[in-house]
Design a protein around this ligand. Structure first.
Ligand code: CP3
Length: 348
């Protein structure tokens, strides 16, 4: 396939707000435990070990493209890979998520966050990107990084949290330290994303999954500047930038202002309402992942509702409002892709 074909890929056109031949669709966490072929390949080791094995990580990245017929692959990796690669002491415990041996708690811990040099610290990521892109042809690969706030929440809490108590205590109580931490993490995300684009990723997504825990004024003052630094640093690459979080209905306008081309929307805000909050931006979403556990007529009805709320406007990337649930029947997602491709038309 030629480069021209890739440039015309529905995903890339939709991210740029251009009319596309169909509404593109992919799923966050499309590579993962819902797929029996994923479980068979992965075995029981740490996901971080799988990420360090380019042949394995590339195959896992490609599995959902084959199975679902989605319009994009997303790199099989994790938002804590750069922090783990510089030796911060992070692992991912199955069924739990990222766990940090010695959480970030004081200015002394900044010394543990040295700059991330992708080609030395994590060369396997670019190797995986190159293997995947060689297989994908005209299907885009989405690279990604964790946004500074969401990665900071793991480093500070030491494990997944419901309240983000320590994170917010530092944000409000030691704002200069918090800003210094986010600035380091912004630089890590920039280095990681630039390396992925350099190796062939043709769009990027910045995951600020847990930003929705913050009030808008707090987000704007303490978090947005670091995310903007990341998104601005990617501008010169020319690849579309997607910015996603969960529970971010009241932050959508700010997440748009942070410099993204596409704003991800979870299922809590109807897509037509979300569009009004991010004028001029493309949107990505927003089927509730749990709806996919319901009988097919319900899934179809809710899928059509998302498409209807977009109303054929260009600049819609169909996705779930958050990641695929592991207990999901993969056949349902294949049906969703077929339905979106059949009925979703961005007429321009
Ligand atoms: O298909 C894809 O989306 C690409 C792969 C991907 C993974 N993690 C692989 C993974 C992506 C994009 C991520 C990003 C990520 N990691 C985020 C942002 C997206 C989101 O869901 O909000 C976050 C918050 C993390 C941190 C993290 N890593 C969590 C909370 C977990 C879940 C723990 C569990 O076991 O339920 C992980 C582990 C993880 N990352 C898995 C996968 C496929 C599951 C564990 C495994 O298969 O070993």
């Amino acid at each position: 396939m030629s480069g021209a074909d890739l440039a015309d890929a529905p995903l890339l056109r939709a991210c740029r707000g251009l009319p596309a031949e169909r509404v593109p669709v992919w799923f966050m966490r499309q590579a993962g435990r819902a797929l029996p072929e994923y479980r068979a390949l992965r075995g029981t080791g740490s996901i971080l070990d799988a990420v360090r094995d380019p042949a394995l990580a590339a195959e896992i990245t490609l599995q959902p493209v084959r199975r679902y017929g989605v319009d994009a692959a997303i790199l099989y990796s994790d938002i804590v890979v750069p922090a783990a690669a510089i030796g911060f002491g992070v692992d991912i415990t199955p069924g739990v998520g990222p766990v940090v041996t010695e959480p970030f708690s004081s200015a002394a811990d900044l010394a543990r966050l040295r700059p991330f040099v992708p080609e030395e610290d994590a060369p396997y990521v670019a190797d995986t990107v190159r293997l995947v892109v060689a297989e994908l042809g005209a299907t885009p690969l989405i690279g990604f990084a964790g946004a500074p706030f969401t990665v900071a929440s793991y480093l500070i809490e030491g494990r997944p949290s419901r309240t983000y108590g320590r994170t917010k205590a530092m944000l409000h109580g030691e704002p200069e330290l918090f800003a210094a931490l986010l600035d380091r993490l912004a630089d890590m995300a920039i280095a990681s994303l630039l390396a992925q684009v350099e190796a062939g990723a043709s769009a990027i997504q910045l995951f600020d999954s847990w930003a929705g825990a913050l009030a808008p004024d707090v987000y704007e003052a303490h978090v947005l500047p670091a995310s903007r630094k990341v998104l601005d640093a990617l501008a010169a690459t020319g690849v579309p930038r997607i910015h996603f979080g969960v529970g971010t209905g009241e932050l959508l306008h700010l997440m748009g202002e942070a410099g993204a081309d596409v704003v991800g929307v979870d299922w809590r805000v109807p897509l037509d309402v979300a569009r009004q909050r991010v004028p001029g931006k493309a949107v990505q979403g927003n089927l509730d992942p749990a709806v996919c556990l319901a009988p097919w007529p319900v899934v179809a009805e809710r899928t059509r509702d998302v498409l209807a709320r977009n109303g054929g406007r260009p600049g819609h990337v169909f996705n779930l409002g958050h990641g695929v649930l592991p207990e999901l029947d993969p056949g349902v997602l294949a049906e969703v892709v077929a339905l979106v491709h059949e009925e979703g038309r961005a007429d321009g």
